[in-house]
Design a protein around this ligand. Structure first.
Ligand SMILES: [Zn+2]
Length: 190
């Protein structure tokens, strides 16, 4: 329906999902432009997502972040319900995230608390689980942030299935960094 949200930044303008609008009713022009510097809506009658402060915090405090996706996707959020990181048990996790996907304790959504919590607990991974809540993923483009969010859910599902068979085996963290480096620097077509 309308849970979760997404934004991307272009210059001083953050384009963010409107509050409480169902996805199947949204058009590109429904995205709400907000000034990154002032936090004010620019030329739209629609109200921005209530999670706007968290998106603004990430953009203002990490210039490498150009897009943010927030979901309550089922498998990843199941880990968040238990305050569990998604463990480093797959090469796909090493490729995309470089190590386990961390999980914060419960954080309320007042002011900058979520942004501060993300910065306190994040690793090099472009995503984090918020305890009892869901997923925040980000990237240097909307496509990268979306991919990170999709990959969190995909590896959370596989990790969940692995737990049904017993305790999954961890990858060595140094080995994971080799996969991360190859995937980020030498993988694909030049
Ligand atoms: Zn949420």
């Amino acid at each position: 329906m309308h849970s979760g949200n997404v934004s991307g930044v272009d210059g001083d303008i953050v384009y963010i999902k409107p509050s409480g609008m169902d996805y199947d009713l949204m058009k590109p022009e429904s995205m709400v432009p907000v000034s990154l510097s002032t936090g004010m809506v620019v030329g739209s009658e629609l109200r921005p997502s209530v999670d706007l402060p968290h998106h603004l915090f990430l953009y203002r405090n990490d210039p490498a972040v150009r897009a943010v996706v927030h979901t309550h996707s089922n498998y990843a959020t199941a880990f968040a319900a238990q305050h569990r990181s998604i463990p480093l048990v797959l090469t796909a996790i090493a490729d995309e995230f470089g190590g386990e996907i961390p999980c914060t304790p419960y954080i309320d959504n007042e002011g900058e608390n979520i942004g501060l919590g993300i910065f306190k607990y994040r690793t090099q991974a472009p995503a984090i689980l918020l305890g009892n809540h869901g997923v925040f993923a980000w990237g240097g483009s909307v496509k990268d942030a979306l991919k990170a969010a999709v990959m969190v859910e995909d590896v959370a599902k596989t990790a969940h299935l692995a737990y049904q068979l017993g305790e999954p085996l961890r990858l060595d963290p140094d080995e994971a960094l080799k996969w991360w480096d190859r995937y980020h620097n030498r993988y694909g077509q030049s």
